[in-house]
Design a protein around this ligand. Structure first.
Ligand SMILES: Nc1ncnc2c1ncn2[C@@H]1O[C@H](COP(=O)(O)OP(=O)(O)O)[C@@H](O)[C@H]1O
Ligand SMILES: [Mg+2]
Length: 219
């Protein structure tokens, strides 16, 4: 497994600066600061309700910043229009959620190619390589409904990395899997993103699963 340490000397892929957020009167976190560099892995740990999803959404530019700042490669994303953010997000980040959100009418391989269609970078050979890397070459032409939960999540991992993003954000990516599949999907996610030098931020409540990786603790 990757040790989660950054490549020395590189400037941050993502930086959170004095980040604070609350819903109404309820403050979830304040003055949060951390930087994530190329190929580095960080885990956001905390119990349910501690604000992990909220933090990931702020980092992804999916939620408006209340206080502090988020920078992607040294550039603040605060105040960017939805349109600009959406376009940048598509190239800069890969997203994985607890639910796979695969398109039911597309095969595994076609699902992996979706980010390519959205950015005019369709490369079937790269799609096939990814499907192979996640161990699903023999299942590339099956629809999601014909795949197991672990297999679907492996497709979601490959899709998230299709555009070779600088940053992978994963929110409880193994939350609906049994232990064995959870470990397999996590290991695959970390090794594949490591090969692409993609920085990874993964949120989970499962301390056991991510033991030994550097953490940001909430709650
Ligand atoms: N849109 C919202 N409006 C009000 N409260 C919210 C909203 N989204 C989340 N919360 C609350 O904020 C807290 C943190 O939620 P969340 O970020 O989903 O935590 P986690 O992912 O760690 O379980 C929870 O108490 C949740 O109920
Ligand atoms: Mg959550």
């Amino acid at each position: 497994m990757r040790n989660g340490l950054p490549i020395a000397g590189s400037s941050p892929v993502l930086e959170a600066l004095h980040l604070g957020f609350g819903y109404g009167e309820v403050e979830l976190f304040q003055n949060l600061g951390f930087a994530v560099h190329k190929a580095e892995v960080r885990v956001i740990l905390g119990p349910s309700g501690s604000g992990k999803t909220t933090l990931l959404h702020l980092l992804a530019g999916l939620l408006a910043i209340q206080s502090g700042d988020v920078q992607w490669q040294g550039q603040s994303i605060r105040g960017l229009s939805e349109e600009v953010l959406a376009r940048r997000r598509l190239l800069f980040t890969g997203l994985i959620f607890q639910h796979h959100y695969l398109q039911a009418e597309l095969t595994a391989l076609e699902n992996i190619l979706v980010p390519g269609y959205l950015t005019n970078k369709v490369d079937p050979d790269w799609g096939l390589e990814l499907v192979n890397r996640v161990g699903l070459l023999h299942r590339a032409h099956l629809l999601p409904k014909a795949l197991s939960g672990g297999e679907r999540q492996r497709v979601a991992v490959a899709r998230a990395l299709y555009n070779r993003p600088k940053l992978l954000l994963a929110d409880e990516p193994t939350g609906s899997l049994d232990r064995r599949n959870a470990e397999k999907v996590l290991e695959l996610m970390l090794s594949l993103s490591g090969d692409l030098s993609t920085a990874v931020i993964v949120a989970t409540h499962d301390e056991h699963l991510v033991q030994g990786l550097p953490e940001i603790r909430l709650g």
